[in-house]
Design a protein around this ligand. Structure first.
Ligand SMILES: [Zn+2]
Ligand SMILES: [Zn+2]
Length: 387
């Protein structure tokens, strides 16, 4: 792999570490937004702010072609107390760039600078710096604020770093690549009392345990075996003492799927099981079901384009075809519903023991900055070939 533009790299590393030191939670990325916008203005971009509150779009036109490209980086952080011990550790305790969005933003800012200095393209580049990927669906909010009406993009592209993929490898998938995610809270409404007098109570712990076991049959017995789905009960809260039967029990669920009909089926079965099981114990269940991000579905032509470029860029031995989508989720789904494009992963693994994304000791691997930055430059220049 030939890495070009290496003279830009010290500055890009410094940017990544500055962003890492100053993490902000989704839709509160005010300093990050100011920092990103100021850099882009200095590079000569036309900068538009305020989409999804803190979002930034930077536009650069060159030549006469009407072709256009959108490249997106997310810039929000997570509510995690950092434990990396890095010299550039978060200065905002309890908030941390634990998903590498600092790296995504640094790479796109680096590419922005190189693209602006080379001006080796014919068309329109829109660089989309997006807030709130982790919580509020900043991608959807930017689209609702007119992203693609105001900044028409023939196609949109995004990447995510992945410490489980060998360093410098690119992972692609046509069609579905990440799942839809929903959340559900089930409250079993019982009747509390003395732990020694169960006959006078309606025990929501027993009903809740029964609901949890019955929920396991949705994926195994209701959904088609070839439709990938997950129903996880991630929290079960009830009671606080051995001799007290509590008034209620609460469960929090994460539900993953791809197909819209299956998604409806999951909601309907969860409601049916929770309410039916509770009723069988003489209780009621309250089910609050909230739809989260849609599934991320890549477009074939754009995936082919990026895969071919990555093959020339990194070599065929560094290209991974994902056999399966991941059950994680990503709000770039909404951009891919609005415009053609593709989402892919870039491997950043140092060792197989690397802390995973969202871990308090995770740290974006700066060694990938030259690769990611150069790749975005190559993609923009290949999508918008100069005459
Ligand atoms: Zn994340
Ligand atoms: Zn992420």
């Amino acid at each position: 792999m030939t890495i070009r533009f290496s003279n830009y790299m010290p500055e890009i590393v410094a940017t990544r570490r500055y962003l890492h030191q100053h993490p902000e939670i989704g839709l509160s990325e005010f300093e990050t937004s100011n920092y990103v916008a100021a850099q882009l203005v200095a590079m000569g971009y036309e900068v538009t702010r305020g989409l999804a509150k803190t979002g930034v779009v930077a536009t650069l036109c060159n030549g006469s072609s009407g072709r256009s490209i959108g490249i997106r980086a997310d810039f929000d952080a997570l509510p995690i107390l950092e434990e990396t011990g890095a010299e550039y550790q978060s200065r905002n305790p309890g908030v941390m760039h634990a998903c590498g969005h600092d790296g995504h933003t640094a790479m796109l800012l680096g590419a922005a600078k190189i693209l602006a200095e080379r001006k080796n393209f014919d068309g329109v580049v829109h660089l989309i710096f997006q807030p709130a990927e982790e919580n509020f669906g900043g991608a959807r909010l930017m689209i609702e604020d007119g992203l693609f009406d105001r900044f028409p993009c023939d196609a949109v592209f995004a990447l995510h770093n992945d410490p489980t993929i060998p360093f410098g490898h690119f992972a692609f998938r046509d069609g579905p690549i990440m799942a839809a995610v929903d959340e559900c809270k089930i409250t079993v409404n019982g009747r509390g009392g003395h732990g020694a007098e169960p006959q006078d109570t309606a025990d929501p712990i027993v009903a809740g345990a029964s609901i949890i076991m019955a929920l396991q049959t949705i994926v195994s017995r209701n959904v088609h075996p070839l439709d990938p789905t997950v129903v996880t009960v991630g929290a079960f809260h009830a009671g606080g003492a051995s001799n007290v039967i509590p008034q209620r029990a609460e469960m929090l669920l994460s539900i993953r799927s791809f197909d819209a009909k299956v998604r409806d089926q999951l909601e309907q079965r969860i409601r049916g099981i929770a309410e039916g099981q509770a009723a069988s114990y003489g209780m009621t269940a309250t089910v609050v079901y909230e739809r989260g991000y849609n599934a991320t579905i890549n477009h074939k032509a754009e995936t082919d384009f990026v895969r071919a470029l990555a093959t020339r860029f990194a070599g065929a031995e560094k290209i991974i075809e994902m056999e399966r989508p991941t059950m994680g989720s990503e709000d770039f789904a909404y951009m891919l519903q609005a415009r053609p494009g593709t989402y892919f992963f870039v491997g950043t693994q140092r060792t197989p023991d690397d802390p995973p994304l969202h871990h308090p000791r995770y740290d974006f691997n700066d060694d990938i900055l030259p690769i990611g930055t150069s790749f975005w430059v190559e993609l923009a220049e290949a999508w918008l070939p100069a005459k």
